[in-house]
Design a protein around this ligand. Sequence first.
Ligand SMILES: [Fe+2]
Ligand SMILES: [Fe+2]
Length: 298
Amino acid sequence: MRYMNRRNFIRSLAVAGVALSTTPAMAWGNKGYYYMVAADPQLWWKEDDDKAWINAVSVVNELKPDFLVVCGDMLALPNDPKALDMKRAEKMSEAYFGALEKLDKKISIYHAAGNHDVCQYPTKATLEWYEERFGKPWYSFEHKNSLFIIMESNTLIQPANVKDQAREQMEWIEKLLKKSAKKNYQHRTVFLHHPPYVKKVDELDAYNNMPHELRNKLLTMFEKYKVEIVFSGHLHANMYAKYEEMELISTASACHSQSHPSGLRIVHVKGDKVFDKFYSYKYMPGKLSDFSIRKKVK
Ligand SMILES: [Fe+2]
Ligand SMILES: [Fe+2]
């Protein structure tokens, strides 16, 4: 395997659901800690080029967050599994992981699958292909007394070819959140590719959101078990919404400027507070302590 070390390291994290960076409670002091969120690097979408992703990795290395989560569409596979060109898919994946070879080994990386990683209508084969490269499509990890949950939204939105996997994931998330209620986590955070909704909780079902039934089920469950933030991608734009006490945050693409310039989100966890802000590369702070706070949606 060409990217054996990094790839297997990433996979082993996900497969084992290992709490790699867990340290004893409060050992991280008063300054808190930082992590970063990227979305939709979508390699080889517009051109067969990995320069923008290489740049994103170097920016993350300079800032040195505790970890990085990529909220899906790492690659640019077609939505339709019938249109898949496996040779090209393999090359995209190699370019993606090739850039990650340079990621500082102290920075853990976690992936959520997008529609351009497992197809809009995932199949058992596309999920297996993904798992071999990126690790488990749904899993959780702990970091400094907080719970972080990675979900696979494609399977839940379009379960026609993967009904067993969709059911399995729903059972897993319910069980995980129920169990988490008995633990004294400081924060519970979810990452997935599709935002539950874009503007209004009762908006019509569309390509960019989750269908009503799933949307309501997940939001109700997340709220019940005190999930504070749901991070997503897919929109290639920054979006902020509030559902009850929970924030829904979509992050613009790490590599493709569209309605928003490309960039990365910095998240600062300080005690019981979580602050975040998206930075385009042009205005990215030189160090994490120069981070300023985004005004929250009321
Ligand atoms: Fe995308
Ligand atoms: Fe997407």
